[in-house]
Write a protein that binds this ligand. Structure first.
Ligand code: PLP
Length: 395
């Protein structure tokens, strides 16, 4: 008998699995080139060549007992130091190695942060629409999720609604910039307003409210957009970073947390997070990958590839009169469903072999997510299908 809490999670997983299986079934029936799968956020630009070269070099030069051995739970000292130096150069911060904790991707990092901070019943605010896994991560640590409803026009931060939801119980706020699923980059003025709001609420309740900035898409921005580095704006910020998207290494499970000295109880939090890394069963982030990314901190995937996809997708959708939020970052486009219930639209899209994700998976009903981390040919060939779909649904 599995735990009751797991039963629901398993059911949700089977729904996602069913969609994946359906995609495979359709590919087998109609030919993979005639099925346009925009459902998965799986990077399709290869890791920069330097990553492979780095890994080969490490396996040939680093003694195996170091390369594959246990280490301090927070990660290799020299890796954390190089990451701190690189952040300091880019963002004019003054981090040391002790501010950095190597994690098992962003997912591992978020779980470590929440394990470190939450007592049962503590509340965590998230801005809808959001990456659905947050729900599970918060539940993992007996937190209570409070969902800030979307700002329905531009999908920026709905700060008025957030203010109404912050309470004495609010322990953390998760912010994802650039955003999955909308592709929005929250601008600096909103970040400032959010920081002011949280400072005001900390004073009002005499509590500490930690802002967890989930940033796996930080490097994936277009048209020269800037993603504010949040530790500069709000004292209680923990940054969660991942190399899954910036270096196309999602299967390698490597990222880090930044825990600045400005945090309330910084030393305790830094020490507790290392223990959380261990007791959650990660023990430490993968050793070879820690050393590999430390040698590639200035590298990133070919952004032009995603940018070209973004432009050709937008051009195509414009031709057929679709409405959407103009994507500024990540590799997602947030399309307004022409049908009231976006699940009906997703079903209609499937008839055209277009696989899209309903917005309610991200608490954003009325919209669908299109992941454009696909081949340019997929976008090009899918356009007639989008055209036929528009004829039937766009009024
Ligand atoms: N946060 C967001 C918003 C994501 O979209 C993802 C993955 O898609 C993650 C976290 C998890 O990233 P990672 O693979 O680094 O654990």
């Amino acid at each position: 008998m599995i735990a009751r809490a797991m039963q629901e999670l398993v059911q949700n997983s089977s729904a996602i699995r069913a969609m994946f299986e359906e995609g495979r079934r359709m590919a087998a029936e109609y030919g993979a080139e005639n099925v346009y799968d925009f459902s998965l956020g799986n990077p399709n630009v290869p890791a920069p060549a330097g990553v492979g070269a780095q890994i080969r070099n490490l396996t040939e030069t680093v003694p195996p007992l170091k390369l594959h051995g246990y280490m301090p739970n927070a990660g290799f000292e020299e890796v954390r130091e190089r990451i701190a130096d690189s952040l300091n150069k880019r963002f004019f911060t003054s981090f040391g190695s002790y501010n950095i904790l190597m994690t098992v991707g962003a997912a591992g990092g978020l779980n470590v942060a929440l394990k470190t901070l939450l007592d049962p019943g503590d509340e965590v605010l998230v801005f809808a629409p959001f990456f659905g896994e947050y729900r599970s991560y918060v539940a993992n640590h007996q937190g209570v999720l409070r969902v800030v409803p979307p700002e329905p026009e531009h999908f920026l931060l709905n700060l008025e609604a957030a203010e109404r939801l912050v309470s004495r119980q609010t322990k953390a706020v998760i912010l994802n910039n650039p955003n999955n699923p909308t592709g929005v980059v929250y601008p600096e003025d909103q970040i400032r307003q959010l920081s002011e709001l949280l400072c005001r609420m900390e004073k009002k309740y005499g509590t500490s409210i930690y802002l967890i900035s989930d940033e796996p898409y930080r490097e994936l921005v277009y048209d020269g957009k800037k993603v504010p580095f949040l530790t500069k704006y709000y004292h209680n910020t923990i940054v969660g970073y991942s190399f899954s998207k910036s270096l196309s290494l999602p299967g390698e499970r490597i990222g880090y947390l930044v825990m600045p000295d400005e945090l309330d109880d910084a030393r305790q939090i830094q020490a507790a997070a290392a223990v959380a890394n261990r007791v959650l069963g990660f023990v430490n982030a993968p050793s070879l990958m820690q050393l590999a990314v430390a040698g590639c901190l200035e590298a990133k995937v070919d952004l032009d590839f995603y940018d070209r996809n973004r432009k050709s997708l937008c051009e195509g959708l414009d031709r057929y009169g679709y409405s959407y939020v103009k994507p500024e970052g990540a590799f997602y486009l947030w399309l307004k469903s022409p049908l009231e219930d976006e699940r009906d639209f997703v079903a209609e899209a499937k008839k055209e072999h277009l696989l899209l994700v309903p917005g309610r998976s991200f608490e954003g009903p009325g919209y669908v997510r299109i992941a454009y981390c696909v081949s340019p040919e997929t976008i090009e060939r899918s356009m007639p299908a989008f055209g036929r779909l528009a004829e039937r649904t766009v009024r």
